[in-house]
Ligand binder design. Structure first.
Ligand code: NAD
Length: 328
């Protein structure tokens, strides 16, 4: 492709992606599937790699999420809430493993594999063990203050088992059963349906009236520490155990791996098993366990180099019509 064609193509892709970002992050009503969106992002990334001089610093490939909505108080995140680099197959996981091992030299590497919950990222602040503030990720540096809505979620402890001051991060989500029930009720009332549990969770938490969030049966899984005072933790897996002991809901399906083949088998297993879960996952997150190795690896503008999000291939929807299988 020549430079001029690439320039036109990049402009067109940026415009399309920005529109889908607004629909997804700000209005909670996407028009395309996540796989279609990921494909657009991949095309843009490839063109920007081919023609680096055409990549603008505010390209969607360099930015996290969407703008916070104006009617919520803003919360500035002490440490940015970033996105994750994507992996779309075994080869991408092997590449990630290679990059990590190259960066840490001769040291042994352990990975933590977790389910990638399809909800929205939230940050929760505790002072002396008491929940004081909760926010969305927003554009990564500034989020929306949704404390009143988060207080309605039963799995978010209002008081921890220890009087610690800390900030934790996790995913707020809507279980599949709650989503089906909500859409059934909306259909009966003639209201617009939510596209998926992720968007209904985001829509519910960005309501000004906390009674709405309270009625939506939302839940959380906490997956990381943003800031911790008065306690030392050496690794991500140790951090997750601490979070659990403090009263947070931490997903039990996490596993530590030293061997990349075993890690790949674990991912493969969840690719098949995921429809059996009562909540939606859109992939697996693989993180380097050791905090000192994480520090060594550092960050790009948009994501940590010590973690990667493996995205599942699109689930083939199969409808059975009077004994004939039709893939749609
Ligand atoms: P991401 O979804 O690829 O990954 C980052 C997020 O994963 C984190 O912010 C966190 O919320 C979440 N997460 C879930 N479980 C986690 C765990 N165990 N550990 C760490 N993080 C965990 O990145 P993103 O920037 O949030 O969103 C980009 C994705 O959103 C796209 O790849 C696409 O799938 C979707 N999207 C879709 C549209 C659309 O129009 N369909 C538009 C924009 C974005």
């Amino acid at each position: 492709m020549d430079r001029l064609t690439a320039e036109t193509k990049i402009k067109e892709l940026v415009k399309r992606i920005e529109r889908h970002n607004r629909l997804y992050y700000e209005q909670d009503r996407p028009e395309i599937s996540d796989q279609e969106y990921d494909q657009l992002m991949r095309e843009l990334t490839e063109l920007e790699n081919q023609f680096p001089e055409l990549a603008s610093p505010d390209s969607p490939t360099q930015r996290v999420g969407g703008e916070p909505l104006p009617f919520f108080e803003k919360v500035v995140h002490k440490t940015p809430m970033l996105s994750l680099g994507n992996a779309f197959g075994e080869a991408d996981i092997r590449d990630f493993d290679r990059r990590v091992r190259q960066a840490v030299g001769s040291q042994a590497v352990r990975y933590v594999a977790e389910l990638k919950i399809d909800g929205l990222a939230v940050s929760l602040h505790y002072e002396n063990g008491m929940f004081v503030r909760g926010a969305t990720r927003g554009d990564g540096s500034t989020g929306e203050d949704i404390t009143q809505n988060l207080k309605t979620i039963r799995s978010i402890p209002l008081k921890l088992t220890k009087p610690l001051t800390l900030e934790v991060r996790g995913e707020a989500y809507m279980p599949k059963a709650a989503f089906d029930k909500l859409n059934r009720e909306r259909e009966e009332r003639g209201e617009a349906l939510f596209a998926n549990p992720r968007n209904s969770a985001a829509g519910s938490l960005r309501q000004l009236d906390p009674k709405i969030a309270a009625s939506r049966q939302l839940d959380t899984f906490i997956y990381g520490i943003g800031d911790l005072q008065g306690e030392t933790v050496e690794s991500h897996s140790e951090g997750l155990d601490l979070l659990e002991s403090l009263g947070f809901k931490v997903n039990k399906e996490r596993r530590v791996f030293e061997d990349v083949e075993e890690l790949l088998a674990f991912i493969e297993n969840w690719t098949e098993k995921r429809p059996t879960l009562p909540y939606e996952i859109d992939g697996m997150v693989i993180k380097v366990d050791s905090y000192s190795q994480q520090e060594e690896l550092g960050f790009t503008a948009k994501s940590p180099r010590w973690a990667v999000a493996y995205k599942f291939p699109a689930e083939e929807a199969v409808t059975v019509l009077e004994g004939i299988e039709v893939s749609v």
